[in-house]
Design a protein around this ligand. Structure first.
Ligand code: ZN
Length: 327
């Protein structure tokens, strides 16, 4: 514990992490370690059933003892079986009622800015960071930073500012998170709800995977200062948002499953034994072909290090969209 840089003193240095976790050591970030303000964070995320399991991004050495978004091999098998079921259901639905299979998708986005008060430290980030985040998402998902072009683009429909100290910070897996989401979530399966705030447990963000039955928990939680131009050093170019939305669109981490088995269920992301942090050029942790995919958005490296999805990931996301989220 205590690895999470203190937000108040480190507003200028950056913090956070969460469910689809990317953790940075305090030393690596050059900030003064401080006792976690959120030591009472419930550890419930990992105990939740697979269908509500979330996925996170954390910094190395973060306070959380586990990664809420790390899936076991059994959970991955269950999710892959569920995807196959969802695809069968869709195919039957299309045959009967003529649902459309989409090749390009514009995702409506609603951003909920959770605030403790009207100060920046209390979560009051400017609209300009949010519009910059949407631009980063559109670039990343269009392949504009060097990766594969995906089917997805993002349209900001609304910024919803909510001052509620009992929801701030946002604590992964807490009853407060459930209360927040059930109060605020809008739209159907295809609407992306993003919740911004200070986060528990050194998390940068977390997300839910798609489910056949829409849950009020569906959405993405992102550290407010990770937005482009925010204060989260090394994690302030907006790629936490890119990463978490990758999970929302059904991607696993590139290191899922380690060196063996089906890994992240994507054929063109080389196997990787464990998360990569910072930017370890040339890292190669598995004997299978290919260096570790440290530049992939679904690893845990610095924002400055990650810049791409692969064609296989783009295909997996579109398949999942048509299975789970398309109207
Ligand atoms: Zn993640």
């Amino acid at each position: 514990m205590g690895l999470r840089p203190n937000l108040l003193t480190r507003r200028a240095a950056g913090v956070a992490s969460t469910t689809l976790a990317l953790l940075l050591s305090t030393a690596a970030v050059g900030v003064v370690p401080a006792a976690s303000a959120f030591s009472a964070a419930p550890g419930g995320a990992c105990a939740e059933p697979t269908d509500s399991h979330t996925n996170a991004r954390v910094r190395p050495g973060a306070a959380s003892t586990h990664e809420p978004n790390e899936l076991t091999a059994k959970q991955v098998r269950e999710r892959e079986a569920d995807l196959a079921t969802a695809l069968r259901e869709r195919a039957n639905f299309r045959a009967g009622a003529g649902a459309t299979t989409l090749a390009t998708v514009t995702i409506p986005v609603v951003v909920h800015v959770i605030q403790r008060d009207s100060t920046r430290a209390g979560g009051n980030i400017p609209d300009s960071l949010i519009t910059s985040q949407i631009s980063v998402l559109n670039q990343a998902y269009a392949g504009g930073t060097g990766g594969a072009a995906t089917a997805f683009s993002f349209r900001l429909d609304k910024i919803n500012r909510v001052t509620n100290p009992s929801w701030y910070p946002i604590v992964d897996g807490s009853s407060a998170e459930r209360s927040m989401k059930s109060s605020l979530r809008v739209g159907g399966k295809s609407t992306l709800n993003i919740y911004l705030g200070e986060l528990s447990d050194d998390l940068l963000g977390w997300a839910t995977f798609p489910q056949r039955k829409l849950s009020s928990m569906d959405g993405v939680v992102v550290l407010n200062e990770s937005l482009p131009g925010g204060a989260a050093t090394n994690y302030n170019q907006g790629d936490t948002g890119t990463h978490e939305i990758g999970h929302w669109l059904n991607l696993y981490h590139t290191f899922q499953g380690g060196c063996g088995g089906s890994g992240d269920s994507v054929g063109d992301t080389p196997a990787e034994a464990s998360p990569a942090y910072e930017c370890p050029t040339g890292r190669n942790t598995c004997s299978a072909a290919g260096l570790d995919p440290i530049t992939n958005f679904m690893d845990y490296t610095y924002d400055s290090c990650m810049y791409q999805f692969t064609p296989g990931q783009a295909s997996r996301m579109l398949t999942a969209w048509n299975a789970y989220r398309a109207a």
